[in-house]
Design a protein around this ligand. Structure first.
Ligand code: UFG
Length: 322
C-alpha cells in the first residue's frame, strides 16, 4: 500500500516507517523538520513540507497515489502548550484540519491518528479504559481531543474511517539500534535519566516524592516504541479491511514509579543516579495506567518489547551512540 506518514522523521513516526517498510508498504514521509531529524529517516520517499500549507499537501497527493495516512506530526510538550497555546492549536489542530481537507479532496478516507493519554486528564479510575471520561487538563491534550471530535464528525458526514491511538508513555529505541528518541529539549523521564548517567544532565531531578503512591513518586505505563509502531500496522490492516472507526489505548497495562525506573536504569547500565528530589511538575498526575484489553482483542496486538529492562536497554544503546 501507499501510505503517507506525517512526522515520519520523528520518534514514533520513524519507528513506524521502519515497520511499514519491513512489510513492503510504499512510504511517503512528509515532515517539516521542526522536530524531526534527518538521521531518523530510514527509507521511503521523503518530502520536506508543512501541513499548514495546502499547496505542500496538494503536491504530495498529486504526486503519489496515497491510499492511507498515518498522522504523527505534532508538537508534544505539555509545559510549552500552557505558555504558548496558540502554537499548539495552530500546529496540532489547524494542521490536522488542513490535512483532512486535502485528504477528502483527493478521496483518501483512511487515517491512523496519534492521540494521547493526555485526553483523559485526571484519571477517575485505573486502569483507564477507552470509555473513561475525557477531560484534558492542558492545551496539548485538548488539541488531541479536538482532532478526535473532528474525526468522529467527518466519519459521520464524509465516511472517513480512522483509528485514533491514545499512547501512554512511549519509550525505548529500535532493537536494531538504527533509530531512537531525539527530542530537543528532552523532557521525558527515561532519556533524561540516561543523559544524566552519561554525564550530560547533571541537574536531573525526580519531580515530586509526595504522590499517593507506594514510594511517593508518580507511576506511569511505559510502552516500547516498536510495540507502538506495530500497533499502527495492525490498525491500518483493520481499517483497510473495512472496519468501523475506533479509539484505542496503547499501553503496557503495567505501572512503574519514577524510582523503579531509576533503579532499572542503574541495573541495566551499572551506573548510579545522583538522586535529587524537586517539586511536582505542574499537571502531573499520580498514576497513569492503560487498560490494554481493547488493543488486544480488537487489534490482536501483543507486546513483545515492553519489558521495562528491555526498554531501558535499547534506549541506553541508542543514547550511547548519540
Ligand atoms: N519525571 C521526572 N524527572 C524528569 C522527567 C520526568 O521525575 O526529568 C517524571 C514526571 O514528573 C512523570 C514521569 O517522570 O511523573 C514521566 O514523565 P514523562 O515526561 O516521561 O512523561 P509524562 O507521563 O509526563 O508524559 C506522557 C507523554 C505526554 C502525554 C502525557 C500525559 O509523554 O505526551 O504522558 O498523558 F501528554
Amino acid at each position: 500500500m501507499k501510505v503517507l506518514v506525517t512526522g515520519g522523521a520523528g520518534y514514533i513516526g520513524s519507528h513506524t516507517v521502519k515497520e511499514l517498510l519491513k512489510q513492503k508498504h510504499q512510504v511517503i514521509i512528509l515532515d517539516n523538520f521542526s522536530s524531526g531529524h534527518q538521521e531518523l529517516v530510514c527509507g521511503g520517499h521523503l518530502v520536506r513540507g508543512d501541513l499548514r500549507s495546502e499547496q505542500d499537501l496538494r503536491q504530495v497527493f498529486q504526486t503519489f497515489q496515497v491510499e492511507a495516512v498515518m498522522h504523527f506530526a505534532s508538537l508534544i510538550q505539555v509545559g510549552e502548550s500552557y505558555t504558548d497555546p496558540q502554537k499548539y492549536y495552530c500546529h496540532n489542530l489547524f494542521s490536522s484540519l488542513n490535512l483532512l481537507k486535502i485528504m477528502l479532496e483527493f478521496g483518501v478516507k483512511r487515517l491512523i491518528f496519534s492521540s494521547s493519554a493526555a485526553v483523559y486528564g485526571q484519571p477517575q479510575q485505573i486502569p483507564i479504559t477507552e470509555e473513561h471520561p475525557v477531560n484534558p487538563i492542558n492545551p496539548y491534550g485538548a488539541t488531541k481531543y479536538m482532532v478526535e471530535r473532528v474525526l468522529s464528525d467527518y466519519d459521520r458526514a464524509y465516511g472517513l474511517k480512522y483509528v485514533s491511538l491514545r499512547y501512554f508513555n512511549a519509550a525505548g529505541a529500535d532493537p536494531d539500534g538504527q533509530l531512537g528518541e531525539l527530542h530537543k529539549p528532552e523532557t521525558h523521564l527515561i532519556p533524561n535519566i540516561i543523559q544524566h548517567l552519561l554525564g550530560q544532565n547533571p541537574g536531573f531531578q525526580v519531580f515530586g516524592n509526595d504522590f499517593p503512591t507506594p514510594d511517593g513518586t508518580a507511576i506511569r505505563d511505559y510502552i516500547h516504541v516498536t510495540d507502538l509502531a506495530r500497533a499502527h500496522l495492525k490498525a491500518l490492516e483493520r481499517i483497510m479491511a473495512g472496519s468501523s472507526s475506533q479509539i484505542i489505548n496503547l499501553g503496557s497495562a503495567k505501572g512503574y514509579s519514577v524510582l523503579e525506573v531509576i533503579r532499572t536504569a542503574e541495573k541495566v547500565t551499572g551506573k548510579t543516579v545522583s538522586l535529587k528530589f524537586g517539586p511536582r511538575r505542574p499537571g502531573d498526575v499520580p498514576v497513569l495506567l492503560a487498560s490494554s484489553q481493547k488493543a488486544e482483542s480488537w487489534l490482536g496486538w501483543g507486546r513483545e518489547f515492553s519489558d521495562l529492562e528491555f526498554i531501558v536497554k535499547t534506549a541506553w544503546q541508542w543514547h550511547q551512540r548519540h
